[in-house]
Design a protein around this ligand. Structure first.
Ligand code: PEP
Ligand code: MG
Length: 300
């Protein structure tokens, strides 16, 4: 079996360290760095240069660029976000892009221009419905056509909202090319617990059997349609959880740069059959503590 070990990066400067640590690709390039803490949005050319710099360093290795994930708790000086009672359930990520498409279109043109030259993939955050996907994909196709770029671009979505995991069959049958689980948000939304809440944070564990069941069922549905599933949330860097994720059928793990060696070691230390046995025990557990007890820390 083959699990790709990729890195999460937050700027083109992270590419060299990621490769030094042994990343085979970038599974999540967070683009917020270009948009935050400044008075105006970056131009298409500024974005093109930044994405191209990362792509050039990656060469033939895959690079997944995630479109802007702001709003909610991440404000932008040049967009009126208003006041929201529940920012994490509100106007954030791809919802901002669909509602005020100017920034989104500029970003998509910059990415499309780089994708014409390098194996760059595009990923939308916080997709909740097939309509979200269709609308975002249509804007991408339109902007890409405007750049005159030739060739195919692989466009996928993050699985961060439980509705996408629950409806994995329908999403898999659509033209979404790939999926990556954002376990940070998926865990929060599945348990209805804010990951930053001081009283609840310790319970927001992606090893909760509810979250693992969503991931495993989704992987099965996607594989039936020849689609692949990655994980780019924090749990992909957790060596204790990695064998379980592999056993659930995850095809790619995108982790923090320093975690790459331990994640690789955790994948190599077990056979696929061992990982699958762990995964089926994990989804039958009643608590995250029981799940974690299946994989002793020293052993991971
Ligand atoms: C996630 O939600 O798991 C994720 C990778 O996105 P972010 O942490 O940037 O919200
Ligand atoms: Mg997220």
């Amino acid at each position: 079996f083959r699990v790709e070990i990729a890195a999460n990066i937050g700027s083109p400067n992270d590419v060299s360290p990621a490769l030094e640590y042994g990343a085979e690709g970038v599974g999540l390039f967070r683009t917020e760095f270009l948009f935050m803490d400044r008075p105006q949005a970056p131009s298409e050319d500024e974005q093109f240069e930044a994405y191209r710099r990362a792509a050039l360093l990656m060469g033939e290795r895959p690079l997944i660029i995630r479109t802007l994930d702001v709003g909610g708790d991440k404000p932008l000086a040049y967009v009126d976000m208003g006041q929201e009672a529940n920012p994490f359930l509100g106007w954030r990520a791809v919802r901002v892009g669909l509602d005020q498409p100017e920034f989104f279109k500029t970003q998509l043109r910059a990415i499309a221009r780089v994708a014409a030259e390098f194996p760059v993939r595009v990923m939308f955050p916080m997709i909740a419905t097939l309509d979200d996907w269709r609308a975002a994909k249509a804007i991408f196709d339109e902007e890409r056509a405007r750049t005159g770029a030739a060739g195919e671009v692989s466009v996928g979505i993050m699985m961060e909202v439980p509705s996408v995991a629950v409806m994995a069959r329908q999403f898999a049958a659509s033209d979404v090319a790939f999926f990556s689980v954002g376990t940070n948000d998926l865990t929060s939304y599945t348990l209805a617990m804010d990951r930053g809440h001081p009283k609840l944070a310790t319970q927001v564990d992606p090893c909760n059997p509810a979250v693992l069941t969503l991931i495993g069922d989704a992987a099965e549905a996607l594989h039936a349609h020849g689609k692949w599933l990655g994980v780019c949330g924090g749990v992909a860097s957790d060596a204790q959880a990695v064998p379980i994720l592999v056993g659930l059928g995850v095809d790619e793990l995108s982790c923090s740069i320093p975690a790459i060696p331990s994640v690789k070691a955790a994948v190599r230390s077990r056979t696929l059959a061992e990982c699958q046995a762990l995964a089926s025990q994990a989804v039958a557990c009643s608590t995250p503590a029981q799940v974690r007890a299946l994989v002793p820390m020293t052993d991971s």
